[in-house]
Every structure is written in structure tokens, then in C-alpha cells.
Design a protein around this ligand. Structure first.
Ligand code: IMP
Ligand code: MG
Length: 190
């Protein structure tokens, strides 16, 4: 039998976990929560590349307090669905966070290793505070003690793609979040 070919579109998903409409309304609610929490304080918003790109850009538009945007890249997954090693920071910040309130935005909290490493890395610079905001939380998969301060949705233990989340850099452009069919969770040979 022929192996099925991915389309890299919505038909590669076995189910939708979060629709585009639900994402938009939850992002607006999170924006409100963040505005209440920070009031009029200045905050450095840190987008964890590449997964949090879409979520960060949507949430930023709801924020009413003064922000400065920076980005960090941490890598652990390679082209697989399991984290391979301890996450490495492969793209450092442009500006120091010393004496700043920091809000870290990531796509998903899975084992927790990435957000934990990033929080520890940031705390070395003596920021005023470090808070975390994730679109998705897969609590079942946690391997380290960490909880995000602001969470969009709790999801079950399945490999999710879309709205920034990828498999081998594909699917980030999908506007909903869904479960990638098992047959497409195969690392490409390069
Ligand atoms: P953690 O270090 O295991 O918490 O993984 C965090 C990172 O792994 C996220 O920022 C994602 O880039 C990636 N990741 C974890 N789970 C998924 C998933 O279900 N789909 C796509 N990427 C994921
Ligand atoms: Mg990823």
C-alpha cells in the first residue's frame, strides 16, 4: 500500500482541538487579564521563537500597558515529536532585562523543560519580575515542576499543530489548532 502523503493543510489533522474563533476570544480574555495584572507598568514581552510568533502578535494587540518586544529562540525538538535534549538558547535577547518586568510568551507548555530553562536564564539578569503566558498547557506531560502564570487552554496529551505550532516547521500557518494524524508524525529524511 502507498504511504499517505501530507498536504500540510487541515486535512492532515485527525481532530481540531481549538478553533480559530475560540483562539480569538481566549486571546482577548488573556489580554484583559494581563492588562489588569500589569496596570500601567512597563513590561518587556519576550516571544519564544518560532512557535509563539502568532500568539504573541495577537496578544500584543490587546495590551494597553507600555511594552518592549524581544525574542528568544530555544531548541530541543529537532524534527521529532519528543524533546531530544536539554533546551539550548540559540538566539539571545537583544536588550538586557535587568530591572525590567518580563513577560515570557510561549506556544505550549509540555514537559516544561523549555520554559524552566528560559526562566532560569532570564533570572540571571536580575529582572524585577518574570511571568509566563502560554497558549496551550499539556499538564499530563510535565516532567519538571513549573506552571505558567497565564494559560490559554489545557489540552490532552496529543501532538498539536497550527497557530504557530509545528511539526518539522510545517503547519505553523494553520489558523486553528489540531492533532496531527499519526501517519504524518514521521521525521522527514534529509
Ligand atoms: P517542553 O520543553 O517539553 O515544555 O516543550 C516546549 C516546546 O516544545 C514548545 O515551545 C514547542 O515548540 C514544542 N512542543 C511541545 N509540544 C508540542 C506539540 O504538541 N506540538 C508542537 N510543538 C510542541
Ligand atoms: Mg517547535
Amino acid at each position: 500500500m502507498d504511504t499517505p502523503k501530507p498536504t500540510y493543510g487541515i486535512s492532515d489533522l485527525s481532530s481540531i482541538l481549538v478553533s480559530k474563533e475560540d483562539i480569538a476570544s481566549r486571546v482577548a480574555e488573556l489580554g484583559k487579564d494581563l492588562n489588569e495584572f500589569y496596570g500601567n507598568q512597563h513590561v518587556t514581552v519576550i516571544c519564544i521563537l518560532s512557535g509563539a510568533l502568532l500568539f504573541t502578535s495577537d496578544i500584543l494587540r490587546h495590551l494597553t500597558f507600555p511594552t518592549q518586544l524581544d525574542c528568544l529562540r530555544a531548541e530541543s525538538y529537532g524534527n521529532n515529536t519528543e524533546s531530544a535534549s536539554k533546551p539550548r538558547i540559540t538566539n539571545p535577547l537583544k536588550n538586557t532585562v535587568e530591572g525590567k518586568h518580563v513577560l515570557v510568551i510561549d506556544d505550549i507548555l509540555d514537559s516544561g523543560k523549555t520554559l524552566k530553562s528560559i526562566s532560569e536564564y532570564l533570572k540571571q539578569a536580575n529582572p524585577l519580575s518574570v511571568k509566563t503566558c502560554v497558549m496551550l498547557d499539556k499538564k499530563e506531560r510535565r516532567e519538571t515542576e513549573i506552571a505558567a502564570d497565564f494559560v490559554g487552554f489545557d489540552i490532552p496529551n496529543a501532538f498539536a499543530v497550527g497557530y504557530g505550532l509545528d511539526f518539522a516547521e510545517h503547519y505553523r500557518n494553520l489558523s486553528s489548532i489540531g492533532v496531527l494524524k499519526e501517519e504524518f508524525q514521521v521525521a522527514p529524511k534529509d
